[in-house]
Design a protein around this ligand. Structure first.
Ligand SMILES: C[S@@+](CC[C@H](N)C(=O)[O-])C[C@H]1O[C@@H](n2cnc3c(N)ncnc32)[C@H](O)[C@@H]1O
Length: 247
């Protein structure tokens, strides 16, 4: 029997950034990522992307729902071999990125900054509100981890539409909506996760993705985009959209 997709607001999203339970849950998330092998899944998904030109300027990367920025920081040392110069914007509705995290990116040669913005405002703005004033108002790559599953319906359509309009490459690593992942989500307590993480893990799987669901929702089909959607590891579901290079 197939699990139907059900989106329910997550507990963490309702807590203030400095609520002790929220802070603990974000630390739990790092352990959950290690168990899910998210860093290596993300690295593989990003390294496989086709960059059309050797960037003279830094690669402009936007992470949506980036949290405290620690997940990308874990991937950056390996990614830096193929992406030596990166200008990274970590967008999240909460102010979670510590100055120490920005400094650690700088040690890798990456310029990182936080953008505290609701993605729905970002998507609804007629021009990218984060890039306003930039010489070229486009992102080379947009990334999202454990993020798209928060949305459905018109909100999701708006976010995907804005992504497709503002970049040529998008990669998302999401919860897989499958029985094995659901069983795993009930076991995150074994990693020492608190009540917030335990509840959100289960909600995330119910709101997750399977098969080609994200490809079907991608706003621009046809010849313009190459879409890849695949199961990764035991619990993850990835989606990658790359615009074909113009002739
Ligand atoms: C499950 S956490 C994932 C964090 C990070 N991507 C990771 O994988 O470790 C989801 C993140 O999305 C953020 N978020 C939720 N709704 C948002 C919105 N409407 N706009 C921007 N960020 C949002 C939350 O604040 C949270 O940091």
């Amino acid at each position: 029997m197939m699990l139907q997709r059900v989106v329910t607001p997550e507990v963490l999203d309702g807590l203030a950034a400095h609520d002790p339970a929220a802070m603990r849950s974000r630390r739990d998330l790092r352990r959950v990522h290690r168990a899910m092998r998210t860093p290596s899944i993300m690295l593989a998904g990003l390294q496989d992307m086709t960059l059309w030109r050797r960037e003279v300027t830094a690669l402009r990367v936007l992470e949506l729902g980036a949290g405290d920025g620690s997940l990308m920081l874990g991937v950056a040392p390996s990614l830096a071999r193929s992406w030596p110069r990166v200008d990274l914007t970590l967008l999240d509705v909460q102010a979670l990125v510590e100055p120490a995290t920005i400094r650690r990116y700088a040690e890798l040669g990456w310029v990182a900054r936080a953008a505290v913005t609701d993605v729905l405002d970002w998507a609804a703005a007629p021009a990218d509100p984060v890039l306003r004033g930039a010489p070229s108002a486009r992102w080379d790559v947009i990334v999202a981890n454990l993020f798209l599953h928060h949305f459905e319906g018109t909100q999701l359509a708006s976010v995907l539409g804005a992504i497709a309009a503002r970049t040529d490459r998008f990669f998302a690593c999401e919860p897989r909506r499958a029985w094995l992942a659901l069983a795993g989500s009930h076991l995150v307590g074994a990693l020492g996760a608190n009540a917030v993480t335990r509840e959100d893990a289960v909600l995330s799987v119910h709101a997750g993705w399977r098969d080609n669901e994200l490809s079907a929702l991608w706003p621009a089909h046809g010849e313009e985009w190459q879409l890849d959607e695949y199961a990764a590891g035991l619990f993850s579901h990835c989606f990658r959209a790359q615009r074909f290079e113009p002739a």
